[in-house]
Design a protein around this ligand. Structure first.
Ligand code: PGA
Length: 258
């Protein structure tokens, strides 16, 4: 796992965008795994700018999102379908039929989860998966205690996640209690992973992910076992890393851990 610390959210977003742009240039048929939430917004904004400047082309790209709230139709303003359309898809030339997100309102949840795994496999697997991280260490909606061997499945959101995400809903009661999410097994199959973490609320989760043991109690810690995972954090999210590690990263620019 490579760790890089950036001064602030802007620099982190810029570096994440350059990494995705390089991957897109290297492979125009990239299969890109996408995340939602506040953290990747700066990345998406920069990808849109790069597209407008003619620096990237999404014509042959395929995307797979990590998750979707269970019970929300794609038209709901807080659905991740809506988010992706608003923040990325409508601004670039990715063919809509190449964009995959689990359905939030499937007739048959198990069939939807199985179909999602099959769609990923048919696309040849995910080349580069973008991840955010929850304050509790979740990735996708894989909450603490998750079984690392699960593929895409229906998840019960933790109380902490419901509280964190209530900022997007009129009330806490309006937050869906479940979601369809890629499992840790799905995420770990991606050929490359880029996790982004910004702000003081993520500092504890970042420390546990990077310096703690690999444990289902901190789902992101599993990334220590991935051969090509990078974690980009800003200084606020790096604040609880051990001083020795912070010095090492700041001296070298990046540090390969484990
Ligand atoms: P955030 O969410 O980017 O909105 O902080 C990240 C997550 O919960 O995975």
């Amino acid at each position: 796992m490579d760790l890089v610390i950036f001064k602030n959210y802007d620099e982190l977003s810029q570096a994440a965008a350059e990494k995705v742009i390089a991957a897109l240039r290297n492979n125009p048929r990239l299969v890109l795994g996408l995340a939602t939430g506040s953290t990747p917004l700066g990345l998406y904004q920069r990808l849109v700018e790069a597209f407008r400047q003619g620096r990237v082309d999404f014509a042959q790209v395929t995307t797979f999102n990590l998750d979707e709230y269970y019970g929300l139709p794609a038209s709901h303003e807080q659905s991740y379908h809506y988010y992706m359309w608003e923040h990325l898809f409508r601004h670039v030339n990715v063919p809509p039929e190449n964009t995959f997100i689990p359905a939030g309102d499937p007739a048959d949840v198990d069939a939807e989860c199985r179909a999602y795994e099959e769609q990923i496999a048919r696309a040849g697997g995910i080349d580069l998966q973008i991840l955010g991280i929850g304050a509790n260490g979740h990735i996708g909606f894989n909450e603490p205690g998750v079984d690392f061997s699960l593929p895409t499945h229906l998840v019960e959101l933790s109380e902490r996640t419901i509280t964190a995400n209530s900022r997007f809903f009129p009330s806490r009661a309006a937050v869906p209690r479940k979601a369809l999410s890629m499992g840790i097994r799905t995420i770990m199959k991606a050929r490359e992973i880029l996790l982004l973490a910004s702000g003081p609320d993520k500092a504890e989760a970042v420390r546990n992910t990077v310096e703690g043991p690999v444990t289902p109690e901190v789902p992101a810690s599993v990334l220590q076992r991935h051969p090509r995972a990078s974690i980009f954090v800003d200084e606020a999210a790096a604040a609880l890393l051990s001083p020795a590690l912070r010095r090492k990263v700041q001296g070298a620019g990046t540090v390969a851990l484990g």
